[in-house]
Design a protein around this ligand. Structure first.
Ligand code: HEM
Length: 507
């Protein structure tokens, strides 16, 4: 017997295959998320009603606030996460929302976070699979995304590269690149161009610094990686995509293919740098870069090295650049603080024979408070994510295995219940006597994340921040340009939508 010219057995086989596929997809996209949702509900975690297949994405897109606000307010939560701010009013600081068919436990409550994290060892944490897949072209299986025993292995290999002794050698690279930028600015100012978009300038500077600290490179290939990573970021995070929605990536096929292609090009560039380095291990000037340190360990495969370099490149330059950018804006708004910081720099430089070394940098105490405060008001990494790889028991409640968690760092950093009535004011002195800035809960201040997965590159970031700021404040004064529009937004990191144009005057 035949059906449409096909033998009956083949038709039966195709029909069974389709039936099985429908069953699997129904389970994956509907039954399994529904069961997880019910478990969360039984634990008292409620939230806005999701619809199939978008979850709550529609409300999130409709609730996008793109208005500029006055720069004098640092109360940015409702501007950068309007949907979370809206849902908080109905459901409080912990609730469940959905990205497509993926439920997320939203947390802006440090006590719950503390209780959850005391139950889970760092290696037992996962990262939401939906982001792992989506961000693969950017991070691959680098330290940010890797899980379980692989994470332990990577972390043990990577962490020593960031110890202060290894970082010491990178200080001169940082000063050199910053001085080159200062020369460019000075030439520009000489011909009357005082307005400088410090955001794009400092991002380019940090891109150059990270390329030099990872591979000792300051050439076309470094610029090639940097340009492609920026394009990749725009492709992945500056478009209306449907993360978590079944077949979501096919809604924007062009973007998905572009991201894939850019990811492959970056991999190829990194691969050729690593292969060349393996063939001739120590080219001049590269003895102390991060790649050299990782190659000495000889414990990562070439593919793993590519992913780690990509992770450092992306995770390391923009976050640091944004912490500097927001700081320059805050200092332009608070001239008294800018002057105090400049005074501190002059004093410390004089005490250390005008040498910028680790001892001089660690004596910059006011600068540390300013950095902490800038990271509080404008955290470059505005959220931290986790996935439960096992059921988590807290006070008789169960957070089921597979639950995604979205920790809203911006919300906690601006919460008056944690910081007091002046939570949205710029007050670096709150860090004068308390490393936690007087926050009522030690898990309420998380610019570098928490637990064993806390940022591995933070010492490098501190050093770069202090060197760049020391050199800039020694040469220039900064004022806000009348063209500045205050409009912080999320593009994976917390960025100023229209850049940060400042009026720069030589001292
Ligand atoms: C001001 C600058 C920086 C900020 C605000 C920042 C912030 C963060 C945050 C919030 C996390 C997530 C932690 C968690 O999941 O608990 C993280 C992880 C990470 N960061 Fe940074 N970071 C900065 C600079 C850097 C630099 C300079 C590098 C490297 C060159 C770097 C490399 C990494 C890596 C590899 C991870 C993953 C760590 C792990 O999961 O074990 N970061 N960072």
């Amino acid at each position: 017997m035949e059906f449409l010219g096909l033998p009956a057995t083949l038709v039966a086989l195709l029909a069974s295959f389709c039936f099985l596929l429908i069953l699997i997809l129904t389970y994956a996209w509907w039954v399994s998320p529904f069961l997880t949702h019910n478990k969360l509900k039984r634990c008292g975690f409620v939230g806005p009603n999701p619809s199939f297949p978008l979850g709550n994405i529609k409300e999130m897109k409709n609730n996008k606030n793109i208005k500029s606000s006055s720069a004098s307010t640092h109360d940015i939560h409702s501007q950068v996460f309007p949907y979370f701010s809206f849902w908080q009013k109905s459901y409080g600081k912990v609730f469940v929302y959905w990205l497509g068919t993926e439920p997320f436990l939203y947390i802006a409550e440090p006590e719950l976070l503390k209780r959850i994290s005391t139950e889970v060892m760092a290696k037992r944490w996962g990262k939401p699979s939906v982001f792992r897949n989506d961000r693969d072209p950017m991070f691959g299986s680098g330290l940010v995304m890797v899980e379980g025993n692989d994470w332990v292995r990577h972390r043990h290999i990577v962490a020593p590269a960031f110890n202060p002794i290894n970082l010491k050698a990178m200080a001169s690279v940082m000063s050199e690149s910053t001085n080159e930028m200062i020369s460019r600015w000075s030439s520009q100012i000489k011909i009357g161009k005082h307005e400088i978009n410090v955001e794009s300038e400092v991002i380019t500077l940090a891109g150059e610094i990270i390329a030099r600290t990872i591979f000792g490179l300051k050439d076309e290939s470094a610029r090639g990686i940097f340009n492609r990573l920026s394009a990749l970021q725009m492709t992945l995070f500056n478009t209306n995509r449907y993360v978590g929605v079944p077949f979501g990536k096919y809604f924007k096929v062009k973007k998905t293919l572009k991201a894939k292609k850019l990811g492959e090009e970056i991999d190829q560039l990194l691969l050729s740098i690593i292969e060349a380095r393996k063939a001739s291990p120590k080219p001049k000037g590269s003895q102390n870069d991060l790649l050299c340190l990782l190659l000495q360990e000889n414990k990562l495969t070439t593919r793993e090295l590519v992913d780690e370099c990509k992770t450092f490149f992306f995770g390391g330059h923009e976050t640091t650049a944004l912490s500097l950018t927001w700081t320059l804006l805050l200092l332009a708004m608070h001239q008294d603080c800018q002057n105090q910081l400049r005074h501190e720099i002059q004093q410390r430089l004089a005490q250390h024979n005008h040498v910028i070394d680790l001892a001089m940098l660690s004596s910059l105490t006011k600068m540390k408070w300013v950095m902490n405060e800038a990271l509080r008001l404008y955290p470059p990494s505005p959220n931290v994510q986790r996935q439960a790889r096992d059921d988590i028991q807290i006070d008789g409640l169960t957070v089921p295995k597979g639950t995604n968690m979205w920790i809203d760092v911006v919300a906690m950093h601006h919460d008056p219940e944690l910081w007091g009535h002046d939570a949205n004011e710029f007050k670096p002195e709150r860090f004068m006597e308390d490393v936690n800035g007087g926050c009522k809960h030690k898990m309420g201040y998380l610019p570098f994340g928490f637990g064993g997965r806390m940022c591995v590159g933070r010492n490098l970031a501190f050093m770069e921040y202090k060197i760049v700021l020391t050199l800039l404040l020694s040469k220039f004064s900064f004022n806000i340009s009348p063209t500045y529009r205050h409009s912080p937004t999320i593009m994976l990191s917390l960025r100023p939508t229209h850049g940060v144009p400042l009026i720069v005057q030589p001292l």
